[in-house]
Design a protein around this ligand. Structure first.
Ligand code: GLU
Length: 430
């Protein structure tokens, strides 16, 4: 057994998210006999930017904030990845998320590298005006560490199109007047009117559903009879749930930061999404009964879509799952120990770096439209997304068979093969 696999199989212990990413990487690299020199390069991030900046609060006082941008790799193209506003954001988490972005773009076969950023805040504690000043000061502090051909942020947990519009506007204010029109692709996930793409808002959820459809085809599984449970009802969770509804599948339980609810007769995802928008979470939703987390995680359903944060499927929770498929809408929802249990129990999973790649794929389409001054129809965006994510799905599935390994390791192998080829072709400077 190779070193990484031994480490995962050893007694479960608490490890940081970045340590988990490295273990996943090493496991795949061992299995495929990855070039040891390129392995050294990819096991580290390239640039790590930490900025501390002041923002005036509504009460006139100044508060200091800390923001991060980690750029893992750009051999395939400009650094790319979201910005997250969450109390758990720290350098370790951002390193992990940036690294996942490199693998994600490589699997999706789009010309981007990997990056991620964020601010350690609880955005619900700030007014809209304060959030605008925080976002703008963060963009100003990042300065030319981001750029339309260099590093392109996008929405992530607790950030959205409005925040992208503020970042865009701030960035444009810093470039010479005669270059501004050439820079609107400095962020993706923008509002449509400000240069965003149709289909970008739902893209991650749409990609999750395209992957689930492929899985169902492979397994001869009838989605019109499926039940599913969702963790997190933000952008990804709510869109995945809404897009599964027309397939005839039934949402029977949801868990988010406010609590968990269930209704075995089905919860309407559109109605729940409207409720969550108004009330900030699923708690108290009519037409359902409240349940605790233990009941939620052990629900008997066909599909589980984790669409919240990291470390949800662990050595403690994986044994409780009662589903056939885990479709990872979130980044890093499963720990290496959780993976072992899923594999042992024969629970299928579509790994995050494939399953949630729809977001960055449509970000790429938005970036292309901006560069060409084009606007694509929604049908065109959806069709192009499917044409990217379905072959990626098939490649991961076939690689899992080729190496007789689990799908996460297979997804890494697909990404690493592409990166290895490019490094071998170009060599290392000087
Ligand atoms: N934040 C999303 C992700 O984790 C999207 C990134 C992007 O569009 O750049 O994949």
């Amino acid at each position: 057994m190779a070193k990484a696999e031994r480490e995962i199989n050893a007694k479960p212990r608490k490890r940081s998210v970045y340590e988990s990413v490295k273990l996943q990487f090493e496991k795949a690299a061992d299995l495929m006999n990855f070039d040891p020199n390129i392995r050294k390069i990819l096991s580290q991030t390239q640039n790590e930017i930490i900025v501390h900046f002041p923002v005036k609060m509504d009460n006139g006082k100044i508060e200091m904030f800390t923001g991060y941008r980690v750029q893992h790799n750009n051999v395939l193209g400009p650094y790319k990845g979201g910005l997250r506003f969450h109390p758990d954001v720290d350098i370790d988490e951002v390193r992990a998320l940036a690294t996942w972005m490199t693998w994600k773009s490589a699997i999706a076969d789009i010309p981007f590298g990997g990056a991620k950023g964020g601010i350690q805040i609880d955005p619900s504690k700030y007014s809209i005006a304060e959030l605008e000043r925080i976002s703008r000061r963060f963009a100003f502090a990042l300065g030319n560490n981001i750029g339309p051909e260099y590093d392109i942020p996008a929405p992530d947990v607790n950030t959205n199109a409005q925040i992208m519009a503020w970042i865009l506007d701030t960035y444009l204010s810093m470039v010479p007047a005669n270059e501004r029109q050439r820079c609107i692709h400095v962020v993706t996930g923008k509002p449509i009117e400000s240069g965003g793409s149709l289909g970008r808002e739902k893209a991650t959820g749409q990609g999750v559903v395209y992957c689930i459809e492929e899985w169902a085809k492979d397994k001869n599984f009838d989605l019109s009879k499926a039940t599913y449970i969702v963790q997190g009802f933000g952008n990804v969770g709510s869109w995945a749930a809404k897009l599964l509804k027309p397939k005839g599948s039934k949402l029977i339980a949801v868990h988010d930061v406010t609590g968990a609810i269930m209704n075995e007769n089905g919860i309407d995802p559109d109605d729940l999404a409207a409720y969550v928008k108004k009330n900030g979470g699923v708690k108290g939703y009519h037409n359902s009964k409240p349940i605790d987390f233990e009941t939620f995680i052990a629900m008997n359903a066909d599909i589980f879509i984790p669409a919240a944060l990291e470390n949800q499927i662990t050595d403690e929770t994986a044994p409780l799952l009662n589903v056939k498929l885990v479709a990872e809408g979130a980044n890093g929802p499963t720990t290496p120990e959780g993976d072992i249990i899923l594999n042992k129990r024969g629970i299928d999973f579509i790994p995050d770096i494939l399953c949630n790649a729809g977001g960055v794929i449509v970000s790429y389409f938005e970036w292309l439209q901006n560069k060409r001054s084009e606007y694509w129809e929604l049908e065109e965006v959806d069709c192009k997304l499917r044409k990217k994510i379905v072959p990626a799905y098939k490649k991961v599935r076939d690689t899992a068979r080729e190496f007789n390994t689990d799908w996460r390791t297979a997804a890494y192998i697909v990404a690493l093969r592409r990166l290895e080829k490019v490094y071998q072709e170009r060599g290392i400077f000087p």
